[in-house]
Design a binder for this molecule. Sequence first.
Ligand code: PEP
Ligand code: MN
Length: 370
Amino acid sequence: MSWNLETLPLTDWLPNSEKPLLIAGPCSAESEKQVVETAKHIAKYFPHAIYRAGIWKPRTRPGSFEGIGEIGLEWLATAKQETGLLTSTEIATPEHLDKCLKNNVDAVWIGARTVANPFSVQILADALKGIDIPVFIKNPINLDLELWLGAIERINRAGIKKIIAIHRGFQSIKQSEYRNHPHWEIPIHLKTKATNIPLICDVSHISGTPDLLHQTAQKAMDLNMDGLMIETHINPKAALSDAEQQITPKQLVSLVSKIIVRTENSEDIFFKNRLEELRSQIDNLDAELLNLLSRRMTISKKIGSYKEENSVTILQIRRWKKILKTQKEIGFLAGLSEEFIQKIFDNIHDESIRVQNEVMNKNTIKKNKV
Ligand code: PEP
Ligand code: MN
């Protein structure tokens, strides 16, 4: 990536950035009482949380509750006044941003559906120029890291440095226990490419049900994320949106108390030595793996040559299926998951085909020249 992300760590702009940063509040603002009461309960236990409530709701079908609109911003202002919590809401247009600024909303977020559209993100980026407000950027609904990074880049180029990336999972056609599949590898890749960006996990939209919140939140913390977004409502059953996944403030307290926050490093000398020892074993095994892969690709090249000489196609689907079946059986006995074997061998096979193709084309070009 040629562009250099310039974001500020949470400690530079949040009055209190203890870990995990908690963003909690209802999916949608519904009534003044609901907004203010929920905020009061949250503030009692989490005075440093950022309060969330959707004012304009991007719903899949028209006709369902599409958000309470501008009046809800006044309720958010009351909640802030009565609890001291910072407030946040979703924006999708420059008009939404204007209204948030007029009503002193402290932070805004760009939702998954908007992030999926670079035109919309650019319009928001242009509207944000010269404005000092924290912007949270959710991952797009589809499994596309570049689109997420692209949205972060557009907002950052508009001069916004107070950015938080929010991992909220991805829509998937695969059957899954999650509402939105976490695909944990994507936030890991994001952190690898944009190391300094604060990253939090919206466990509610990933889980879709309270039952999965704890394990999802723990996993996020164990991936060293900076915080959690958790939808909280004084009466989830009566919620006008996402009723199935919201929890009460009381459940929120119990959930957060169960989460173990581990540190990235430990100063314990025995731990450090043991970790170093194990890591050096891993480094040696990685070197061995690469050596084996290189030898495997050398054989693929030879095969590419023989196939070219004998006018045989590179891809032989029956052989490929047989390899997969055998390796999955061996992998199973070795305690490796089928999904993992599939991923590894998909990659090995892709590279083997690429290498064979290269050899085949080279040989053919040579022959054509003669
Ligand atoms: C939300 O936070 O209520 C919401 C609509 O989230 P997302 O954009 O992640 O679907
Ligand atoms: Mn929601």
